[in-house]
Write a protein that binds this ligand. Structure first.
Ligand SMILES: C[S@@+](CC[C@H](N)C(=O)[O-])C[C@H]1O[C@@H](n2cnc3c(N)ncnc32)[C@H](O)[C@@H]1O
Length: 457
């Protein structure tokens, strides 16, 4: 069977990969469309869709067809994330390794944020997630996706992996979802085939080693390193595991899987490290490789950071913003310029440490600015999981009105009985803020993320 479109040497290079079935692989790329799947936000409950479950992810569902997510207000409310099914396996690994002890997790290569929202779903409020993206222009999409998801225990950073090497032994879990040659996405994005070459695979391999070496000191002894790519190349996968085991003291972790899931369990040549391969045709999802290793050495620890307390006057101001949050006493309140922010109290020290070494782009939840004793609420607050909805007005919108709101258009046929800041909700889920005035509504949906397309379909 021939496969038009695959780059020269691609199939021959794959022929040695564990579990590779040439005919099955070509057929999956010729005849089957990439399945559409979503993952529900466990903290913003909506009725599950009618499609089948993703076998390795309790919150993952395949959809029978691909709807227009842009025109679904619940998507903008952060009730679900559109994610390729294989990627959800990272959540399965996390569930296997994570105990009850509070953990600090780092998602090093995080934009656009699919795996960050996945990790976030598996964490409790006393766990911390740091989601980092090196490329500045990709940070906004990451912060937007995490804002929609709503956690208050998350910090977004914009740093090079080597900046993390100073955070010695800080993290219990590090995910490196590495930039790679991208062959696993060929079915979804056939244009990616034009970028593929053996030389690029080698370049990616070198970059992957560099990223891993840079971040390694930030992992605690006995902490877990999860490594993943969307490449099929042994050079970027099993060979990287061997390189890791040659270079550092790591133990490979076997992850329980069920044979009917269709995932191929592989072993690296030299160290017999376990890896998990996803081939379209064998699994209902795109190409992925994932592995988990445990650090068995101490490469240094952070000295304790002394936290500089804020001045007393600020605490008085903080009392004005507290009523806007649920569980207000379990949060730590701080100011960045004029804005008040909150993060779970247990992360106060971590925040101080991270702010010394990294560029923080989003920390916990931005509550808003005070104008006298009144709060000008921030969009992050509206979408957050910690908002006290009873503190402000709420205006429930029809689907048509919600789309108008999300476009920043005029909202038609809305009867206004109140005055002031109102949460605009759809099916009870906040979308953002508007200010209700006697004869008009001021729409405060952020213009950068408004719906731009005019027509559905
Ligand atoms: C596979 S994508 C991450 C996808 C993301 N984890 C998700 O699930 O949505 C790899 C990311 O690594 C970033 N990246 C590129 N070069 C990098 C480098 N040298 N060090 C760290 N990250 C890099 C890319 O900008 C990209 O966002």
């Amino acid at each position: 069977m021939n496969a038009p479109g695959f780059p020269p040497n691609f199939l021959s290079q794959l022929s040695g990969s564990p579990g590779f079935d040439r005919e099955n692989f070509i057929e999956a790329h010729q005849s089957a469309d990439a399945p559409t799947s979503i993952r529900l936000n466990p903290f913003k409950k909506i009725p599950p869709p009618t499609g089948n479950h993703v076998p390795w992810c309790g919150e993952g569902y395949y959809l029978d067809s691909r709807p227009s997510f842009t025109f679904d207000p619940l998507f903008h409310a952060g009730c679900y994330y559109v994610q390729e099914a294989s990627s959800m396996f990272i959540g399965h690994i996390l569930n296997h390794i994570k105990g009850d002890e509070p953990a600090k997790a780092l998602d090093l290569c995080a934009a656009p944020g699919g795996k960050s929202t996945l990790i976030s779903s598996a964490l409790k409020s006393n766990d911390l997630l740091v989601a980092n993206e090196i490329i500045k222009t990709r940070v906004p999409v990451l912060t937007d996706n995490l804002t929609r998801w709503g956690p208050s225990n998350t910090i977004v950073t914009n740093n090079d992996p080597k900046d993390f090497s100073r955070l010695k032994g800080f993290f219990d879990i590090i995910l490196v979802d590495a930039p790679c040659s991208g062959s696993g996405m060929f079915r979804k994005d056939p244009d990616a085939m034009n970028e593929w070459s053996k030389a690029n695979v080698n370049l990616c391999q070198q970059r992957q080693e560099r990223i891993l070496a840079d971040v390694y000191p930030a992992l605690k002894e006995d902490g877990y390193l999860i490594y993943s790519t969307c490449s099929y190349s042994v050079a970027e996968n099993e060979n990287i595991l061997d390189w890791l085991c040659d270079t550092f003291e790591l133990e490979s972790i076997q992850i329980p899987i069920q044979s009917e899931w269709g995932i191929v369990e592989s072993r690296s040549d030299a160290h017999q490290a376990w890896g998990y391969r996803f081939y379209p045709g064998k699994v209902k999802g795109e190409g992925l490789f994932a592995a988990c290793l445990r650090k068995k050495e101490n490469t240094g620890e952070m000295p304790n950071t002394k936290y500089k307390e804020q001045q007393k006057a600020n605490y008085k101001e903080a009392d004005l913003v507290k009523p806007y949050l649920n569980d207000a006493d379990n949060h730590y309140y701080f100011k960045v310029n004029e804005d008040w922010l909150a993060i779970d109290k247990v992360h106060k020290e971590s925040l101080a440490t991270l702010s010394q070494f990294l560029y923080l782009k989003k920390s916990g939840v931005r509550i808003g600015k005070l104008a006298g004793r009144d709060l000008i609420p921030d969009h992050e607050l509206a979408l957050s999981l910690i908002i006290n909805k009873n503190q402000s007005l709420q205006t429930e919108l029809t689907k048509e009105q919600a789309i108008q709101y999300l476009r920043r258009d005029n909202i038609t046929d809305l009867i206004i009985n109140d005055k002031g800041w109102s949460l605009m909700t759809y099916d009870g889920h906040p979308l953002g803020w508007a200010k209700l005035l006697p004869n008009r509504i001021n729409n405060y949906y952020p213009k950068e993320i408004r719906i731009f397309s005019k027509a559905e379909g």
